[in-house]
Design a protein around this ligand. Structure first.
Ligand SMILES: O=C(O)C1=C[C@@H](OP(=O)(O)O)[C@@H](O)[C@H](O)C1
Ligand SMILES: C=C(OP(=O)(O)O)C(=O)O
Length: 420
């Protein structure tokens, strides 16, 4: 599908969709809790459907009602059909450790693109545990040992993906005599770990963690069923907060100002760029104004790279974004793809392994290759409102986390034509 973007966006009001990361966390916690849990305002997208599907295949009952899902969990057992994580790395990295704690073999599959993303740190942990696993292309077989491990202390790096640690934290309560997790390099994306700890606590799981989030102790314990409301997604909201800053006044509702979500950092970036931001009780209003260049480290809000790079492309000066190397390990090599597409728009850009230097100015219309990456498509749709004459290819990739994006883009006054 192609999205053709015309110049200008008059602005409007957009309700932030529910958080993808919290929806997947709540689904896993509810599936591990024996009894009935209720998840209100779940995100329905390809990633969350993948999580719901694999958990259903393991025995979770999910009843879909208007506005909430009722989850009957607690009795997970591997079947013999493939557990397909699709493109969702969070689903894969949370599912694999849980399957390692079940009795019997789980056969996991995932989209070819996901096979290009790191999994070895988790496989190394399974080897430490004495849990046999076998990864071939986009298939992962795990012979679960029912929580009986060779060791109750495991180590792994913290600077490749926080999802490995989150996945181990979800599985840890199932381990006989509990599990200790020690990071051999400092954790990055720490806010995502805070999201995991917060979700676990809500479902009755206590975790002892040190201040640096480099050591975790989890006793063997049972998840407790509960009700859980999903807050608005700051990553998805970032595109419309940015649109307000560069095109037309946008009001975004449904965001939690005190959220643990990493991408709340977009407010910090907008503020430092002199954007006109007004935070009200249940609304954030951003109005167009000349933007200042930005020097920022994004290693703790890695999904913001496309959004912030596109804002920097219209700032009055040269911006520098560092701490971005992990963005090369996402649905695309986002550093390279952002650089390639900004160059196509005539934006001056220097790409280095862990830094993008962006000369702000006046981007021109171009053909933007999303490389199938939802965050590339959404960020460049925002930028394209300043110049128009832009076609984004593979525009349906937004379905991974934001199926309603193009409708909301129009709601924010954006002018887009979708075609095959
Ligand atoms: O735990 C999560 O829900 C996520 C963690 C982040 O990954 P990393 O920790 O690998 O950076 C982020 O990129 C991803 O979109 C969602
Ligand atoms: C990288 C992302 O998700 P995941 O790692 O779960 O595939 C994302 O949503 O940008």
């Amino acid at each position: 599908m192609k999205a053709t973007i015309a110049k200008g966006a008059s602005g409007g009001i957009v309700a932030a969709p529910p958080s993808k990361s919290y929806t997947i966390r709540a689904l896993f916690a509810a599936a591990l809790a024996e009894g009935e849990s209720r998840i209100s305002n779940p995100l329905i997208s390809d990633d969350t459907e993948a999580a719901a599907e694999v958990l259903t295949q393991l025995g979770t009952k999910i009843e879909r009602n208007p506005g909430h899902w009722s989850i009957s969990g607690g009795l997970l057992k591997p079947l013999h059909e493939k557990l397909n994580c699709r493109q969702s790395a969070a689903t894969l990295r949370f599912l694999a450790p849980v399957c390692a704690m079940l009795e019997g073999t789980s056969r996991i599959s995932f989209a070819p693109g996901l096979a290009l993303r790191p999994m070895s740190p988790l496989l190394d942990v399974f080897s430490q545990m004495g849990v046999p696993s076998e990864l071939t292309d986009n298939h992962l077989n795990i012979s679960g040992t029912g929580g009986r491990l060779k060791t109750n202390t495991v180590t792994l790096p913290g600077n490749i993906s926080s999802q490995f640690i989150s996945g181990l934290l979800f599985a840890a309560p199932l381990v006989k005599r509990g599990l200790s997790i020690n990071l051999i390099t400092p954790a990055e994306s720490k806010d995502y770990l805070k999201m995991t700890l917060s979700c676990l606590s809500h479902f009755g799981i206590g975790v002892e963690a040190n201040q640096e989030l480099s050591e975790f102790r989890v006793a063997q314990q049972s998840y407790k069923p509960t009700d859980y409301n999903i807050e608005g997604d700051w990553s998805s909201a970032s595109y419309f907060l940015g649109l307000g800053a560069i095109a037309g006044k946008v009001t975004v509702t449904g965001l939690n100002e005190n959220s643990f979500q990493a991408d709340k950092f977009v407010l910090n970036c907008l503020g430092r760029m002199d954007a006109r931001v007004n935070v009200e009780k249940d609304a954030i209003i951003v109005s167009p104004s000349p933007l200042q260049p930005l020097q920022a480290g994004l290693n703790e809000a890695i999904d913001l790279l496309p959004t912030v790079a596109c804002l920097a492309a219209v700032a009055g000066g040269r911006s520098s974004l560092i701490g971005i190397e992990r963005a090369r390990l996402k649905e695309s090599d986002r550093v390279a793809v952002v650089a390639k597409n900004l160059k196509r728009m005539g934006v001056e850009i220097i790409e280095e392994p862990d830094r993008l230097t962006i000369g702000g100015g006046y981007p021109r219309g171009a053909i933007i290759d999303s490389f199938g990456d939802h965050r590339i498509a959404m960020a460049f749709a925002t930028l394209a409102t300043v110049c128009g004459d832009t076609v984004i290819t593979g525009a349906d990739c937004v379905n991974k986390t934001y199926p309603g994006f193009w409708e909301d883009f129009k709601r924010a006054g954006g002018k887009v034509t979708l075609s095959e």
